[in-house]
Design a protein around this ligand. Structure first.
Ligand SMILES: C[S@@+](CC[C@H](N)C(=O)[O-])C[C@H]1O[C@@H](n2cnc3c(N)ncnc32)[C@H](O)[C@@H]1O
Length: 174
């Protein structure tokens, strides 16, 4: 399954850490790409790329100035769009249906998400109907989608490997 995350509404500087974490969660939980809408902060891209160099994989970081067109194009090519929002339908009611899809674009916001996102999305999905965080919503969504299998995903061309251990840190260079 191909997953792309679209991050809307980053507030410059203020959201740098949150957006970086959205990207790192997207990568670690099995997405192949993150696209930032209307922003480009080099530091975010550099941080995520550094993680990829060390921990492997082919995760991509991109940006767009035309998120609406991007979403419509994705749908035209047969992908589905899932917008994560506290106002949506509970995740557990749709997750089985979503597991059948081949290409999913997951949209997460920062502040208020523009109305068109609710309209053009195939699914508006909630991870609880309480307000919380795009990082948490994305993590829970991907974890449920992959049914926990992302815990064991391997990333090719890593420079290090972590040996899971009960105590301390065991890291080997590859
Ligand atoms: C800080 S919240 C913004 C909440 C804002 N009041 C709104 O209109 O959606 C930032 C993003 O986190 C995600 N999010 C927050 N709570 C969520 C929930 N309960 N379920 C799904 N996504 C959520 C959404 O993608 C939202 O755009």
């Amino acid at each position: 399954m191909e997953i792309v995350v679209l991050r809307l509404g980053h507030r410059l500087s203020r959201d740098k850490r949150v957006s970086t974490h959205v990207a790192l969660v997207a990568r670690a939980f099995g997405a192949k790409e993150i696209i930032f809408a209307n922003i480009y902060e080099k530091e975010i891209e550099e941080r995520v790329k550094r993680v990829c160099e060390i921990f492997g994989g082919k995760f991509q970081v991109n940006s767009t100035e035309k998120p609406r067109e991007l979403v419509l194009e994705w749908r035209k090519k047969g992908g589905v769009v899932v917008h994560l929002t506290m106002y949506g339908v509970p995740l557990l009611e749709k997750v089985n249906e979503l597991r059948e899809e081949k290409k999913i674009m997951v949209v997460v916001g920062a502040e208020k998400v523009p109305g068109w996102v609710y309209e053009v999305s195939d699914y508006n999905i909630s991870v609880t109907n309480q307000p919380h965080s795009e990082i948490a919503a994305l993590a829970v969504f991907l974890d449920r989608l992959f049914d926990g299998r992302e815990i064991y995903f391997k990333y090719p061309n890593a420079k290090v490997k972590i040996l899971p251990s009960e105590k301390g840190k065991k890291v080997i260079a590859i």
